[in-house]
Structures are given as C-alpha cells and as structure tokens.
Ligand binder design. Structure first.
Ligand SMILES: [Zn+2]
Length: 60
C-alpha cells in the first residue's frame, strides 16, 4: 500500500544562506565551515585556507 503525498512542489525552493566557508589560498578549493577538516587545510591541495562568507544553498 502506498501513501503518495501529492501536491508537493516538484521544484523545492532553494534557500540561499550566508555561509562561512574556508577557501584555499592556492586553488579553487573550498569547504563549508561545518564540514571543514580539523586542520582547516584545503581538501584538494592541502594548502592554507582563509575564512570568508559565501551565499550557498541551505543544507537541510
Ligand atoms: Zn587548494
């Protein structure tokens, strides 16, 4: 038996939030603060990162 909820939007509205991220000083790599590595090094090249704010889709 299925209980399909109809009437929900096919395209959920994306909420953009100012999000703190760490962006790499050397390459285009960056990571959200919430998912940053403990040493705050770039996940791509291992270089230092700098904290900055970016407008990113909210993660639910
Ligand atoms: Zn990098």
């Amino acid at each position: 038996m299925f209980f399909n909820k109809k009437g929900q939007d096919d395209k959920p509205e994306v909420v953009m939030l100012d999000t703190e991220v760490y962006s790499c000083n050397s390459c285009n790599g960056w990571m959200r603060k919430d998912f940053a590595s403990s040493d705050l090094k770039c996940p791509l090249c291992g270089d230092e990162t700098t904290a900055e704010m970016r407008e990113l889709p909210q993660i639910l």
